[in-house]
Ligand binder design. Structure first.
Ligand code: AMP
Length: 117
């Protein structure tokens, strides 16, 4: 069983957070240190530490994370203009919290980061 992080406490409503959506599979909350006008984290309720620990049986859950991001972007009215989805993995990828999460950044024109990626 993977170790829990602060995200599990957020998912269980044990610490304050700005939860925007929750169901049996995923929880969506505002990033505490937003890097864009809209910066939400889409998090599976079960602990998967990183992309490296995703298993074949998680395929539907991972798909749901992306579909949830799409739905929220549409509901918030910026889907047509576009947005950015990011998953950092591990030390070199800049992952700080070892509980898989999809960053949804949008609501404004985003800067191009890195070498045009
Ligand atoms: P990453 O670097 O991909 O692991 O991203 C972790 C993200 O979690 C960062 O953008 C942090 O700002 C965010 N974060 C850390 N603690 C909290 C918290 N308690 N509530 C909301 N977002 C958080």
């Amino acid at each position: 069983m993977a170790e829990e992080t602060i995200f599990s406490k957020i998912i269980r409503h044990e610490i304050p957070s700005d939860i925007r959506y929750q169901d049996d599979d995923v929880t969506v909350f505002a990033d505490i240190s937003p890097k864009a006008k809209v910066h939400l984290l889409i998090v599976p309720n079960k602990v998967i530490p990183s992309v490296n620990e995703i298993e074949d049986g998680d395929a539907a859950l991972i798909g749901k994370m992306i579909l949830t991001a799409k739905k929220i972007a549409k509901e918030m009215g910026f889907a047509e203009n576009g947005y950015r989805l990011i998953i950092n993995c591990g030390k070199d990828g800049g992952q700080e919290v070892p509980h898989l999460h999809l960053h949804l950044l949008g609501g404004e024109k985003l800067r191009i980061i890195g070498a045009g990626f």
